[in-house]
Ligand binder design. Structure first.
Ligand SMILES: O=C(CO)COP(=O)(O)O
Length: 271
């Protein structure tokens, strides 16, 4: 992240936990409670770093009730949304429902959706449009697979995904946008792209956003890294200038571990 002269972050860091298809609604409430208590014990300042969880759809109502009832500062989102608003789309979830459930964010184009549900950049562009229609901030996920990385084409590939997915997004809409760079080969594998890899792609993404929407918006947009992030590697990744947060899978299912990722500032080595 980038720190200004007065010690403030130029862009508010975002520490996000994607639970994927884990945690039923009862387990989900327990996890959020435990996370909130742990962060309270750590005297976490939510203004300094935003904390978001992305539970399965079936957990969201419970998480909403808990956060409202206990006046929790953490925010939440969904892992996907339909490109449509309502109608005969069996099994799909409208952005309208997510808005009503108090979702701040929605993941769009996660690599697992691209892979298992054949989501193309075109589909993802229409899901982004749906997120904007319902005023839920999209977290657009991009990133290359192993073959592309080995061929050294990771920057070009990722920027193509980015540009095609953002095809219908206006500069005004882009004021509310988070991008997550998640190299597929580093997801759930224990392989972590090094801090320098995360920085390389985040800088390239920021450059592409500047070309598309102007420098001002590019400088305001938060860019996350995701792929085998743990408490032990989060701080080193977060130190990079263009990395403004992390999107955590497996390690977000453990409240202590995730809370320690949120405490990345305490692990920063100042040299
Ligand atoms: O896909 C991810 C987050 O969206 C990353 O998952 P892991 O942290 O389990 O590698």
């Amino acid at each position: 992240m980038t720190i200004s002269q007065n010690g403030a972050f130029v862009r508010q860091p975002l520490i996000a936990g994607n639970w994927k298809m884990n945690m039923d609604h009862v387990q989900g409430i327990t996890l959020v409670q435990k996370l909130a208590w742990t962060l309270k014990d750590h005297e976490h300042d939510y203004d300094r770093a935003e904390v978001a969880v992305f539970p399965p759809f079936t957990d969201i109502r419970g998480v909403q009730t808990l956060t409202l009832g206990d006046k929790l500062d953490l925010v939440y989102g969904a892992q996907d949304l339909s490109a449509h608003d309502s109608g005969a789309y069996t099994g799909e979830i409208s952005g309208q429902f997510l808005k009503k459930l108090g979702c701040t964010y929605v993941l769009v184009g996660h690599s697992e959706r691209r892979e298992y549900h054949n989501e193309t950049n075109e589909v993802i562009a229409s899901k982004l449009a749906a997120a904007y229609r319902h005023e839920v901030t999209p977290v657009l996920c991009v990133g290359e697979g192993l073959e592309v990385r080995k061929a050294g084409e990771h920057v070009a590939f990722t920027l193509e995904q980015l540009n095609e997915s953002l095809a219908g997004v206006s500069a005004e809409q882009a004021e509310n946008l988070v991008i997550a760079y998640e190299p597929v080969w580093a997801i759930g594998t224990g392989e972590v792209a090094g801090p320098a890899d995360a920085q390389e792609l985040c800088a390239a993404i920021r450059g592409a956003l500047a070309e598309r929407f102007g420098e001002d918006i590019a400088q305001k947009t938060r860019l996350l890294y995701g792929g085998s992030v743990k408490a032990s590697n989060a701080a080193a990744i977060m130190r990079e200038r263009d990395v403004d947060g992390v999107l955590v899978g497996g390690a977000s299912l453990d409240a202590e571990e995730f809370a320690n990722i949120v405490r990345f500032e305490h692990h920063l080595v100042t040299d």
